[in-house]
Design a protein around this ligand. Structure first.
Ligand code: HPA
Length: 258
């Protein structure tokens, strides 16, 4: 079953036919909100709003461990994260949709592992490729079927937030190879890997990063909201095309096609 974690601008999926909501408890505390269970085009899906349903949980305070654990325990076999980002790389513009392929983690102080000692053996997971290749490919194919332009690849820089970056920080990130900045990609991706759940992301460019393009004199928040609202319609179309591949019993189809 496919799980979708929605970020800013996607606190609900309007094409989700909701059957029930489930309050999940985990050994790591409470997730951001109840799991919204239902189907899209007849395929079972579970949805979770990363920042809570009232958008009240800032990126550094999200209980990522509880979120991923609750989705796994609910039966999620694959996770697609939807998150807005700022564009660092030239040529990326507000409204663009990107399937990132790499991560640089600049966050700190977040609970970022399930293997934090406490009597358990030390575990190191392989994170060479932080996103699942087959799920990335399925997202790109789904976008193609929906007739939606999507960019294959990008280096996601995970920043701490909740403030936006300075122009100098963006220059530094660019020198280090970052294409997109966002505040929630880590530790979400590594926690999914620790629980062996294939994970990929759809990043929506909401704005040029600080000091760049339209943001050369500051970030224009009203414009950012407009961009996200428009783009979320396209995200829903991609997800509609994707869900069939991950309905119970069809996962093998997705990996064969991938
Ligand atoms: N920086 C970090 N996170 C973001 C941005 C940004 O410019 N835009 C949307 N999420």
């Amino acid at each position: 079953m496919l799980a979708i974690i929605g970020g800013s601008g996607l606190t609900q999926l309007s094409n989700l036919d909701v059957s029930h909501r489930r309050v999940a408890r985990t050994p790591y505390g409470e997730p951001s909100g109840a799991l919204t269970c239902g189907s899209i085009c007849g395929n079972e899906v579970v949805f979770l709003a990363r920042h809570g349903y009232g958008h009240a949980i800032p990126p550094h305070a999200v209980n990522y461990r509880a979120n991923i654990w609750a989705l796994k325990e609910h039966g999620a076999t694959h996770i697609v994260s939807v998150a807005s980002v700022g564009a660092v790389r030239d040529g990326l513009n507000p409204g663009d949709m990107v399937i990132p392929h790499q991560i640089i983690d600049y966050t700190w102080g977040r609970k970022s592992t399930y293997f934090d000692g406490n009597g358990t053996p030390v575990v190191h997971v392989d994170f060479t490729e932080p996103y699942d290749a087959a799920l990335r490919r399925q997202l790109i194919l789904a976008a193609g079927r929906a007739g939606i332009d999507i960019k294959d690849g990008g280096v996601y820089g995970a920043t701490q937030g909740p403030r936006l970056e300075t122009a100098a920080e963006i220059c530094r990130y660019e020198r280090e190879g970052v294409d997109l900045v966002g505040m929630t990609g880590m530790p979400e991706a590594v926690l999914a890997r620790e629980l062996a759940i294939p994970y990929a992301a759809i990043n929506l460019v909401a704005n040029h990063a600080a000091g760049r393009g339209e943001s050369s004199n500051g970030i224009h928040f009203e414009r950012l909201e407009q961009v996200l609202q428009e783009a979320m319609g396209r995200v829903r179309c991609v997800i509609e095309q994707l869900v069939g591949c991950y309905a119970s019993g069809n996962e093998a189809v997705a990996s064969r096609q991938g």
